[in-house]
Design a protein around this ligand. Structure first.
Ligand code: SAM
Ligand code: SF4
Length: 328
């Protein structure tokens, strides 16, 4: 079992498999001039498996595959097939923009991979295209509806962006009310696609909830698992639920059970902090298992208590890396 220096059990790994993406969401990436890492700096499927195996042996039982866009990696399904056979790993999930998942939906189902988070920040074509800077609205829409109707546990991640998509908060709840889906509204974080810092972000948890309350007076707060990052609600008459992820107040730190490994092997023990170690060189040595294990124990043994403490590791309040390398 992995226990950190604040007595929190770590059983959830967010594994980024690439820093590349076929969209250019304006809160995540600049439109051009992105310095993608060279292919040989990315972990291979074999290396991702080796690292995952050590971590599962240490007590990780849930892995979320993220990126960049995981499905731009041509060999992603090889990884998912292998992970689905790994003993001790009870839950594999994927976070995706849903542009490229279509051809893989049947196989995901066969592999038992049912938890899919889809990032969708607008239900309006023009807004979607403005935010993502690409014309993929129909593909995303069709894949999303297919995932929901074919029985996947789908959560929609919707980042509320001042001046860009707030007009879609209520419509997305309305459009999705007949579907068993969870819509999670996220506060924007100041990663390098934009220039904001936390203090200037208008759509925080309270503002989002106030906005929804004006339209829907009849909703209840749900009891969520202690490790949930979202505060969850159910509107009367809606099949699904909605949630808000409070990046500002970070009320979730006390029960944080997650560890992040980026596509280049950086180990991040808190989303708000800096990488603690890198596993790529270690995994490329002759017999790396023991060394990976030790590096993880050391990183987990010196975790910041809260996101606020971890954020002090950055020189400014604007983070110097992109979500596309960290994976959200
Ligand atoms: N490409 C996949 C996707 O978009 O779902 C996976 C990677 S993406 C980096 C993971 C999550 O990070 C997405 O839900 C995305 O909305 C979120 N994200 C990216 N930039 C963000 C930001 N500045 N603030 C908050 N969330 C962000
Ligand atoms: Fe790509 Fe996801 Fe970032 Fe959008 S949020 S640019 S889909 S990695």
């Amino acid at each position: 079992m992995l226990i950190d220096n604040h007595n929190r059990q770590i059983n959830y790994l967010r594994l980024a498999v690439t820093d590349r993406c076929n969209l250019r969401c304006n809160y995540c990436m600049p439109s051009e001039g992105i310095d993608f890492v060279k292919n040989d700096k990315l972990l291979s499927i074999k290396e991702l498996m080796q690292i995952s195996q050590v971590l599962v042996d240490q007590g990780i039982d849930k892995i979320r595959i993220t990126g960049g866009e995981p499905f731009v990696r041509k060999d992603l399904m090889v990884l998912l097939r292998e992970l689905s056979k790994m003993k001790g790993l009870n839950d594999i999930s994927v976070t995706t923009n849903a542009t490229l998942i279509g051809p893989h939906i049947d196989e995901l189902k066969e592999l038992g991979i049912k938890n899919i988070n889809v990032s969708l920040d607008s239900i309006n074509r023009e807004t979607f295209e403005r935010i993502t800077r690409r014309k993929q609205f129909d593909t995303v829409h069709n894949n999303l509806i297919r995932l929901i109707t074919e029985g996947f546990n789908v959560r929609i991640n919707f980042i509320v962006l001042d001046g860009q998509n707030e007009q879609d908060i209520l419509p997305i709840l309305e459009v999705m009310k007949h579907y068993n889906v969870s819509i999670r509204f996220l506060e924007e974080m100041p990663f390098n696609g934009g220039s904001k810092n936390f203090a200037t972000i208008k759509w925080n948890h309270k503002a989002i909830l106030d906005h929804i309350s004006k339209q829907y007076s009849d909703f209840e707060k749900l009891v969520s698992p202690a490790t949930s990052t979202s505060v969850n609600y159910k509107i009367k008459g809606h099949k699904g639920t909605f949630g808000i992820i409070p990046s500002f107040s970070r009320t979730f730190c006390g029960s944080c059970n997650r560890l992040r490994v980026t596509a280049t092997g950086d180990v991040i023990t808190c989303l708000y902090g800096k990488p603690k170690t890198n596993l790529r060189d270690i995994v490329r040595t002759h017999s790396p298992e023991e060394n990976i294990k030790d590096a993880i124990l050391e990183a987990v043994g010196s975790r910041a208590k809260t996101g606020f403490e971890a954020q002090n590791e950055h020189a400014t309040t604007i983070f110097d890396s992109s979500m596309t390398s960290i994976g959200g």
